[in-house]
Write a protein that binds this ligand. Structure first.
Ligand SMILES: Nc1ncnc2c1ncn2[C@@H]1O[C@H](COP(=O)(O)OP(=O)(O)OP(=O)(O)O)[C@@H](O)[C@H]1O
Ligand SMILES: [Mg+2]
Length: 218
């Protein structure tokens, strides 16, 4: 059995990672290729815990009331979720020859936790986050959806989901800077940037093209 490919979509909030994860899976399945979609935080037990933090349901007691856990606690939770996600869901599918498409992976940890540390792009913070994730399998392909912060904001407002702890304009601008330079932080990964400031169909076509290029390489 030939292993499936492990494909990751990344980008700032509202860039379209969830939309394009679904579109890519549909496109592969319509070509007769088995595909499994997943996301981080995962739907496993640690992922559910993280979602409670993101929505403010789970807090650390502080002197002035509850607050979100620190960036380093969050980095460890995300890393634990990731290893559980790999063991319980990603690896079994890949071994069955299924292409796994994940809406976010460890680049999101490096981006969100390093920026929320207040030490944007600090080398020692980034190195530590990468170290706690060093047992996590590399993706075969990471697709970065590049979109201006203002456009991503507009899409998020339109969607009107729940406000999460990372929903802050300054943080989103810092995230956009990280994703622009992401290749420097993952020099051995295969990373393809997609101009996501276009229609869903146009973006989906480029995403599929990048995956077809990967499949041609084997
Ligand atoms: N290319 C596009 N053009 C216009 N609207 C889009 C495009 N892609 C996605 N949208 C819309 O923008 C909103 C956000 O998209 P989506 O949920 O896929 O983003 P996301 O990156 O997963 O966001 P988050 O990181 O917050 O989960 C949705 O309402 C979606 O329908
Ligand atoms: Mg999403």
């Amino acid at each position: 059995m030939i292993e499936g490919h492990f494909i990751v979509l990344e980008g700032i909030d509202g860039s379209g990672t969830t939309t394009q994860t679904g579109r890519l899976a549909d496109a592969l399945r319509s070509r007769g290729l088995p595909a499994h979609t997943t996301r981080e935080p995962s739907d496993g037990p640690i992922g559910m815990l993280i979602r409670q933090v993101l929505t403010g349901r789970l807090v650390v007691p502080g002197s002035t009331g509850g607050r979100a856990p620190s960036w380093s606690t969050m980095a460890c939770l995300f890393a634990a979720d990731r290893l559980d996600h790999l063991e319980a869901e990603i690896h079994p599918n890949l071994r069955d020859g299924v292409t796994v498409i994940s809406d976010r992976y460890d680049a999101s940890s490096v981006a969100y936790q390093s920026i929320s540390s207040g030490l944007e792009l600090d080398a020692s913070v980034i190195d530590w986050i990468r170290t706690v994730n060093s047992r996590a399998r590399r993706p075969d392909l990471t697709l970065v959806l590049d979109v201006p912060v203002a456009e991503a904001n507009r899409r998020r407002r339109q969607r009107q989901g729940r406000v999460e702890i990372y929903d802050d304009d300054e943080l989103q601008a810092a995230l956009a800077r990280f994703y622009t330079d992401i290749d420097a932080f993952f020099p051995t990964d295969r990373i393809v940037h997609i101009d996501a400031n276009r229609s869903v169909d146009e973006v989906a076509a480029d995403v599929l093209r990048a995956v077809e290029d990967l499949r041609r390489l084997g």
